[in-house]
Design a protein around this ligand. Sequence first.
Ligand code: 5RP
Length: 221
Amino acid sequence: MAQDALKRLAAEAALAYVEPRLTREAVVGVGTGSTANCFIDALAAVRHKFDAAVASSEASAERLRRRGVAVLDLNAAPALVVYVDGADEVDSRRRLIKGGGGALTREKIVAASADEFVCIIDESKLAPALGAFPLPVEVIPMARGLAARALVRLGGAPEWRQGFVTDNGNIILDVHGLQIEDPLALEREINNIVGVVCNGLFAANAADVVFVASPRGVTQM
Ligand code: 5RP
């Protein structure tokens, strides 16, 4: 089965999980990326059942609006009933690496604003340990060199994602080769580097539920 079809399956499973939580006042947090796009498309079919969405990127906000879903600024929204998003890597404790699409900071903010974080992936994203996928780190542009040197001291090989600017006007360093034995400790350590805005480890706020799609069906972790 093609990966796109698996992403759609995971998105449909998430919608079935989310639908009973929807009320006319509910606001739904929506992530970024190709799997999140599948969720947006599924969610649009039930747009009459909830009030609005908060998006983790300008691209997702645009896609939601085009499908007739009202989009709120997070500061104007009540607590979100749920946040649904994809991931680049997921371990058995539902800890994640995210940010392949560069939206990690807003993703972390919107996820933290939701009562529940539902992650949707195809089975290729499952990993015995995090770190094979280069860890995205959002950095203030003038701190690029400073932050890169600190990341090297942590054992990583940072690579500047050339030509990419985040929705917040910052740059991304993709850090290769990290041995991530303690995701929570590393998440905190990287966040303490001066000039780092946020990193793509989601350990402090791991997913509450993960739907994993494979050719055998969708399982819940
Ligand atoms: C974007 C993300 C995405 O969730 C992650 O990159 C997965 O994307 P896709 O669903 O396209 O594989 O973190 O910043």
